[in-house]
Ligand binder design. Sequence first.
Ligand SMILES: Cc1cc2nc3c(=O)[nH]c(=O)nc-3n(C[C@H](O)[C@H](O)[C@H](O)COP(=O)(O)OP(=O)(O)OC[C@H]3O[C@@H](n4cnc5c(N)ncnc54)[C@H](O)[C@@H]3O)c2cc1C
Length: 313
Amino acid sequence: MPPSPKVDSGPSSMLAMPSPGLPPFDYIRAGDRAEVTCLLLEHGADARLLMGGTDIFVQMRDGALAPSIVIDVKHLSGMMVMSFDPQTGLQVGAAVNMNAMAASPAVSAHYPLLVQAVESVASYQLRTRATMGGNLCNASPAADTAPAALVLGARCVVWGPDGERVIPVNEFFLGVRKTALQPGEFLTRIDFPIPPAGNAGRYLKLGRNAGGDLAIVGVSVLGYPDDSAASGYRFRIAMASVAPTPIRAYAAEMLLAEQPISDNTLAHAARATGEAARPIDDLRGSARYRKAMARNLSQRALTDVWVQLQEER
Ligand SMILES: Cc1cc2nc3c(=O)[nH]c(=O)nc-3n(C[C@H](O)[C@H](O)[C@H](O)COP(=O)(O)OP(=O)(O)OC[C@H]3O[C@@H](n4cnc5c(N)ncnc54)[C@H](O)[C@@H]3O)c2cc1C
C-alpha cells in the first residue's frame, strides 16, 4: 500500500502555499500632493499608489508586483469629492468608490451609462472599495469603466512635477497596464462633460458567470440625435477586453452617422464593430469567440440604444 500523503498544518505548509500573502512593503500616508510626486520621482516603479487596493494587493499577493512603498492618497484634498454642475459636468475624485458613484442622484440622472458600467464590476462588497480611478490607472484591457469613459469623453486630471494637466481618456491607455502618466504623476480626478442632449446609452458585458467576473467582452454604446450627421444621429461605440487597450469602433460609428438608421445599418455597424476587435486567446475565451461576441453584443447594445432614442423622440 502506498504511504498516505503527509498532512502538515504547521508553518512549513504555509510556505508551500502558492499565494502565502503580501510581500513586505512600507505603507506611507502622504501629507500632500507634492510629497506624492517627490516619492514617485524618488522611487520610480518601486512605489505604487493605493486607492481601494482591489487590484494592487491581488497583484502583490500573486507576485506580479512587489513595490517597496505603497502610497495612500485617498485622504488628500479633493480625492473623495464628487460634484456636478449643469454647465460643466461631473467631476469624480480619483478615490470615490464605485458604490458612491452609483448612488449619486446626479450620476443616475445625467450619466446612467456610468452607473451601468460601475455596477457591472465584481460585487457590491468589492465596489465599496474599488474606485473608477483605480480601474483606469490599472489599465487592464478588461476594465469595465473604460468603455463608458471613452464614449462619454472623460478627461483624466493628473498632478505631477509641473502641476496639474489633463489627459483625454482616449489618450490615457498606451498598452496592457501602461498609461500616459509620466514619472511623478498621479490621477486626482475624472471629469465628464455634459453628455449630448437626448442621448441614450447601454453597457453590455459578457463574463464567465453572472456573479461579477472580468469581461470576456464589454461593449458600451452612446447614441444621440445630431442634425449635422446625414443619418440625423451619432453613435459612439467602445469595447473592453478585445485589444491591448480599450478601443473605439470608429468605422462603425462613421457608418451610423452616414447611413439612414435601419435594422440593416445596425447589423452592418455591429459587423464593423466585431471587425475592429483585435482580441487574444486567453483563459476567459478564444480570440474567435471574442470577435463573434463583440459583434453580437454590439448588435444588441446598438438596437437597445436605437429603441431608446425612438421612444424619446
Ligand atoms: C474579486 C475581484 C473581482 C473583480 N472584478 C472586476 C470586474 O468585474 N471588472 C473590472 O473592471 N475590474 C474588476 N476587478 C479589478 C478591480 O476591482 C478594479 O480594477 C478596481 O476598479 C480597481 O480599483 P481600486 O481602487 O481597488 O484600485 P487599486 O488596486 O488601489 O489600484 C489599481 C492600480 O492603479 C494604481 N493607481 C491607483 N490609484 C492611482 C492614482 N490615483 N494615480 C495613479 N495610479 C493609481 C495602483 O498603484 C494600482 O497599480 C476585480 C477585482 C477583484 C479582486
